[in-house]
Design a protein around this ligand. Structure first.
Ligand code: F6R
Length: 609
């Protein structure tokens, strides 16, 4: 994890770095720091805690210069502290480094360097990089970095600055994301695009094993071995305000309200003009290949994994092709049976999650075709997969994923219908009615958002509780898992999601008078069964809120409160039933006075295993 930024040019370097780091804080916020070459030489300022602390300290004594690097940290090696913050320097204080990733062999390197007289002050893996570079430096920083990285194992995106060559900034990418921003008489580096979007829309996206030398008026791209390369300029067409809060109190709320647009954008041109077919022209997968697929593995982490669980229901229901869903951090260690006819679908908002990327590579090594569903064009997952369905949710800043999750559901719906069409599993009339229902979803979400005040009141009530349960059957269980995760991660209320029929096998012992239970009951063919389970918890004193499909008056008699979602077909219900759960988590977190957008201990993008 961590975010890095770098600048060379005539602007106020300190402010370019701080503004860039603000856009990257979602990647980690345990500490922040900058190194700037000033009249005094290479000066480093860093501080534990949020970026605002560093900003405050810098405002008392600004660092003035025209080249610098900055970092926002999510701690891996060494606790969050001033000394463990980046940038790290060598003993001569002439070399400074910012790093995102993990150096796996840092202990071995540290021992070798210590034996040569290097003294280390931090517990980090990154500090060894500064020492390594200093150790091999012979008047050329590019060569020194190339030599140093040869002995490093692991994942690293680096920004490197030396006092000896104050007009050269070096950037390296090896298994951690890094982009180069192209300016006029100025250039930038960043962990991702929002960090530099205020200044330029033209970027180079580095691949693993590549590096760049930035001066004020030139960028030289090369491999880590020193071979010069050329690359196409990637033109970013996002609007900068898409990455801002646009009047909402929190990014999370803004992103919840952006879902109708995200649904429409993700469907976009993927539905034929006559609304009779799903078209996915971006896929390289041929109809013949799809017809030969025998089984599917969906692999992802966290919320994206929960989207995968919905994807399984959708694909199996529409195509009858068997689907397994795996948590990415487990996948490669369970020696999954991947056949040449297995289609592997990886799901990742950021496209940079280390475990998901490793699963993708494992699948490719085994000869599977990999389809990625991701929100970030140009991300590692997007570039390494054989096929990509981009979710057009726009940048997601809040740590708790909302619009990316629901856009992933839309991507699964589209893929499921497309696949069923290809296999001839649904007739044209059926496809047209599913598409009609799909197109209704965005306005149905808008309708539900108008009722957010009811959820807010309920959230304020439950915010006083320390434990609660989510129950549901089938697709409702998949959504219950996501509702529970959302609540836990931002409100810190302990909650558990259970298949409704499973409670009596142990968990019912935890139900006591007054405990809130949220029952998802949108699947009408399972409704009677779910109502029986609701009665089981009611009989033990639970207070039940049901999320049900409009028109189901019967459920109202069994529970304390009902929130109805607009009527849609069962297989699409998750795209609606999750909305009140997102709002519930948001308002419960607010009621508890938490930092909604930046929950404790978490970071937006998990680029370490
Ligand atoms: C929870 C959340 C995480 C992510 C997970 C995977 O709200 O956002 O559980 O879903 O870390 O991240 P991506 O989708 O970027 O691979």
């Amino acid at each position: 994890m961590c975010g890095i930024v770098g600048y060379i040019g005539d602007r106020n370097t300190q402010s370019v770095l701080i503004e860039g780091l603000k856009k990257l804080e979602y990647r980690g916020y345990d500490s922040a720091g900058v190194a700037i070459y000033t009249e005094e030489g290479l000066e480093v300022k860093k501080a534990k805690g949020r970026l605002s602390i560093l900003e405050g300290e810098l405002s008392n004594r600004p660092l003035v210069g025209s080249i610098g690097i900055g970092h926002t940290r999510w701690a891996t090696h060494g606790e969050p502290s001033d000394v463990n913050s980046h940038p790290h320097i060598d003993n001569s204080s002439k070399f400074s480094v910012v790093h995102n990733g993990i150096i796996e062999n840092y202990i071995e390197l540290k021992e070798q360097l210590s034996a040569k007289g290097h003294r280390f002050v931090s517990e980090t893996d990154t500090e060894v990089i500064a020492h390594l570079i200093a150790d091999v430096y012979d008047g050329d920083i590019v060569k020194a970095v190339q030599t140093a990285v040869k002995s490093m194992r692991g994942a690293f995106a680096l920004g490197v600055l030396t006092e000896y060559e104050p007009d050269r900034l070096v950037a390296v990418r090896q298994a951690s994301p890094l982009i180069i921003g192209i300016g006029e008489n100025e250039n930038f580096i960043g962990s991702d695009i929002p960090a530099i979007l205020e200044y330029t829309r033209n970027v180079y996206i580095l691949n693993d094993g590549e590096m760049a030398l930035l001066t004020k008026d030139a960028i030289q791209l090369m491999t880590l071995e020193g071979n010069f390369i050329t690359k196409e300029v990637f033109r970013v067409d996002w609007d900068i305000v898409t990455a801002e809060k646009a009047g909402f109190d929190h990014f999370m709320l803004k992103e919840i309200y952006e879902q109708p647009k995200a649904y429409r954008d993700t469907m976009g041109s993927r539905i034929s003009e006559d609304a009779n077919e799903v078209v996915l022209p971006e896929l390289n997968l041929t109809a013949e290949q799809l017809m030969n697929v025998t089984n599917i593995h969906i692999v992802a982490c966290g919320t994206a994994y929960h989207a995968g669980l919905v994807g399984k229901h959708v694909i199996e229901k529409l195509t009858r092709i068997p689907v397994d869903v795996d948590v990415a951090s487990e996948y490669r260690y369970r020696a999954p049976i991947i056949l040449p006819s297995t289609l592997v679908i990886v799901v990742s908002q950021s496209g940079e999650t280390a475990d998901t990327l490793a699963a993708l590579r494992e699948a490719k090594r085994n000869g599977a075709h990999v389809l990625a569903i991701t929100n970030v064009v140009g991300s590692s997952v997007a570039r390494e997969a054989d096929d990509v369905i981009v979710t057009w949710a726009g940048p997601e800043i809040a740590v708790a994923s909302t619009k990316a999750y629901t856009s992933q559901l839309i991507a699964f719906f589209l893929f499921g219908v497309f696949y069923a069409q290809t296999l001839g599993k649904t007739d044209a009339t059926e496809v047209a009615t599913v598409i009609e229902d799909l197109q209704q979803l965005s306005s149905q979400v808008e309708q539900m958002l108008h009722q957010s005040a009811r959820i807010k009141t309920y959230a304020e009530e439950i915010s006083a509780h320390d434990h609660l349960f989510f129950i549901g059957r089938g697709l409702d269980y998949a959504v219950a898992l996501e509702g529970s995760l959302k609540l836990k991660e931002i409100s810190y209320i302990h909650s558990e999601a259970y298949p409704a029929g499973e409670l009596k096998h142990g968990t019912l012992a935890l139900i006591e008078p007054g405990i809130p239970v949220i029952a998802l009951a949108t699947q009408e063919e399972l409704l009677e069964k779910t109502i029986s389970n609701i009665k089981e918890v009611k009989a033990r004193g639970a207070k039940v809120l049901a999320i049900a499909m409009e028109g189901n008056a019967e459920i109202g008699k069994a529970v304390d409160e009902v929130f109805y979602i607009p009527r849609t077909r069962a297989v699409l219900s998750a795209a609606l039933s999750v909305i009140p759960l997102q709002l519930l988590a948001y308002y419960a977190s607010l009621a508890r006075g938490n930092d909604v957008d930046k929950p404790r201990n978490l970071a937006k993008s998990v680029t370490v295993e």
